[in-house]
Design a protein around this ligand. Sequence first.
Ligand code: AMP
Length: 144
Amino acid sequence: MREQPVTAYDDNNIFAKILRGEIPCVKVYEDDHTLAFMDVMPQAPGHLLVIPKTGSRNILDADPDVLAKTIPVVQKLAVAAKEAFDADGIYVAQFNEPAAGQTVFHLHFHIVPRKDGEPLKPHSGAMADVEMLKAHAEKIKQAL
Ligand code: AMP
């Protein structure tokens, strides 16, 4: 049997489990190709993640057609999050492989509302209260 490369997509990752409905998420948006949900360890209020439904480990192995369907959703949600949180700016981040800070190996884009002078909380820091995340998801949905 041919050996898998070390960077093969593994569908036991937590976002694949969210896509299969095996674990919950605080959903913000869904269409045929993408799902967006609140990050459980937000770096700022309104921090959400956009993932394609097609599995790839990160941008390095992603199908360009999948990226082409995902980026407009990232844009749509960035605009909505900016309005919902009256943000001065939006940070969009996407990490590839552990050396670059990736911890979950299903392609995802972070969308983080930023306010002038307010520092970001640490990446993968404290778990947020789920009721607060639900309230933040509602605010973003209303701005969509
Ligand atoms: P990274 O792979 O470094 O880009 O970051 C993965 C992100 O996923 C981190 O910001 C985590 O807080 C977030 N995260 C991990 N598990 C979950 C989960 N079950 N639901 C929502 N966000 C998660």
